[in-house]
Design a protein around this ligand. Structure first.
Ligand SMILES: *[C@@H]1O[C@H](CO)[C@@H](O)[C@H](O)[C@H]1NC(C)=O
Ligand SMILES: *[C@@H]1O[C@H](CO)[C@@H](O)[C@H](O)[C@H]1NC(C)=O
Ligand SMILES: *[C@@H]1O[C@H](CO)[C@@H](O)[C@H](O)[C@H]1NC(C)=O
Ligand SMILES: *[C@@H]1O[C@H](CO)[C@@H](O)[C@H](O)[C@H]1NC(C)=O
Ligand SMILES: *[C@@H]1O[C@H](CO)[C@@H](O)[C@H](O)[C@H]1NC(C)=O
Length: 194
């Protein structure tokens, strides 16, 4: 019983720490970007759930890759990394190619996710021209490892990241699944080492 309770608290702690840490980077970045938008007299970006979902899928795909001078915000336009399973990312997030066309996907790689460098990677890089663009109204953010992905959305049908018809799993479901798998793995690992 005691062991169960401590395992459970340990669980909770890890889950809390995990979400606190990732929420931290994303919410600080959102605040930084919106302060920047305000300083340019532009509307603040509002959170878009489907864009959040796609950002999460991409951040997971980038995770583990090293930062170089040709990745993240230093990527030479036209040489962006393509993921063969991108169509799966879209359908996992209730999206299709039509509704993301005018959006913008911006990955950045910053060792240790230093908050100031993360923000600068968006406001002081080639991404600045997107942040300084009134046609974007929404944003999705996710971070994994040294990677942060921001996804900007418009308020038009070609970029609003509206839920696509005819797709399978919903974003809520896949996030829930993701959390469950993670929890089970954590639990399994902790049972192994206890
Ligand atoms: C923002 O708007 C204010 C008042 O409308 C103006 O004084 C200021 O110069 C504007 N700033 C920019 C960056 O356009
Ligand atoms: C990137 O780094 C490589 C070696 O580390 C260097 O040769 C190259 O000039 C750098 N490119 C840019 C654009 O800084
Ligand atoms: C982006 O982050 C990297 C660290 O990976 C840093 O070296 C670089 O200066 C940052 N870029 C900008 C424009 O701040
Ligand atoms: C933002 O865009 C406006 C209009 O395109 C331009 O005048 C301004 O210099 C830009 N500001 C920055 C910080 O890039
Ligand atoms: C994508 O989804 C939108 C919104 O449901 C729909 O209007 C559009 O026809 C879909 N496009 C494709 C190519 O499936």
């Amino acid at each position: 019983m005691g062991l169960r309770i401590s395992l459970f608290s340990c669980f909770l702690l890890i889950v809390l720490l995990h979400s606190a840490r990732s929420d931290d980077t994303s919410s600080q970045l959102l605040k930084g970007i919106n302060d920047y938008r305000v300083s340019l007299n532009l509307s603040q970006l509002t959170a878009n759930q489907n864009a959040d979902c796609l950002a999460e899928q991409l951040a997971s795909a980038y995770k583990g890759q090293d930062c170089t001078n040709t990745t993240g915000s230093d990527t030479v336009p036209g040489t962006e990394q393509q993921f063969s399973n991108f169509p799966d990312f879209l359908s996992n997030c209730h999206l299709n190619a039509t509704v993301i066309r005018d959006g913008s996907i911006m990955p950045a790689c910053v060792p240790g996710l230093d908050p100031q460098l993360v923000l600068a990677n968006f406001t002081e890089s080639q991404y600045n021209q997107n942040l300084n663009d009134s046609s974007y109204v929404g944003i999705g953010l996710a971070d994994e490892g040294n990677w942060v992905v921001a996804v900007l959305t418009t308020n038009t049908p070609a970029g609003n990241y509206g839920p696509a018809t005819d797709t399978g799993a919903g974003s809520v479901v896949s996030i829930a699944d993701h959390r469950c798998v993670m929890l089970s793995l954590l639990g399994f690992f902790m049972v192994l080492i206890s």
